[in-house]
Design a binder for this molecule. Structure first.
Ligand code: FES
Ligand code: FES
Length: 174
């Protein structure tokens, strides 16, 4: 048994410790935000935050998350609410500025890659408040094990959404 803290809640997982974290999230915990794209750490669609850092959950064994904090797309709103010190009731009605920006900019096309894009954007904006276009491109291309791939070509909209989210976060919310 492996214990992980998933979106702020401690969960005991019965799956074998070498099970890919992605399978645990989707199959054991019904968290369908992280997507199975390549299964080889080559696309980014399965990304989650592990202790605040983006990882590819398709190649990460459950054991690597033992006792650690995992944030999925479903937990971004609560993560932002906690960072702003909002109440539990407010947190339940809160989306992360990254999620809001993705909606405002109508960023997704087919949507398969967008989980990883939002997770990467969150990681970036938690460390760089007002990233340049070059820093955004670097985050999505060379900073991880592979570039985050979008087969639909939504890259321009992603850059615009990151910039919108940065502006909102700088103001502390809407
Ligand atoms: S499914 Fe994990 S990187 Fe592609
Ligand atoms: S929106 Fe279709 S793969 Fe990115």
């Amino acid at each position: 048994m492996v214990t992980i803290i998933i979106n702020g809640v401690r969960r005991e997982i019965q799956s074998p410790a070498d099970t890919p974290l992605l399978y645990v999230l989707r199959n054991d915990l019904d968290l369908s935000g992280p997507q199975f794209g390549c299964g080889l750490a080559q696309c980014g669609s399965c990304s989650v935050l592990l202790e605040g850092k983006e990882i590819r959950s398709c190649i990460t064994p459950l054991s690597a998350a033992s006792g650690k904090e995992v944030t999925t797309l479903e937990g971004l709103g609560a993560r932002w609410a906690q960072q702003r010190g909002l109440s539990k009731a407010e947190a339940e009605r809160t989306l992360h500025p990254v999620q809001e920006a993705w909606i405002e900019e109508q960023t997704p096309l087919c949507g398969l890659c967008q989980n990883g894009m939002m997770i990467k954007a969150t990681e970036l904006l938690e460390s760089v408040a007002n990233p340049t276009v070059a820093q955004i491109k670097e985050a999505f291309t060379t900073s991880g094990p592979s570039a985050h791939l979008c087969r639909c070509g939504s890259y321009t909209a992603i850059i615009e959404a990151v910039q919108r989210a940065a502006m909102v976060m700088a103001k502390g919310g809407k």
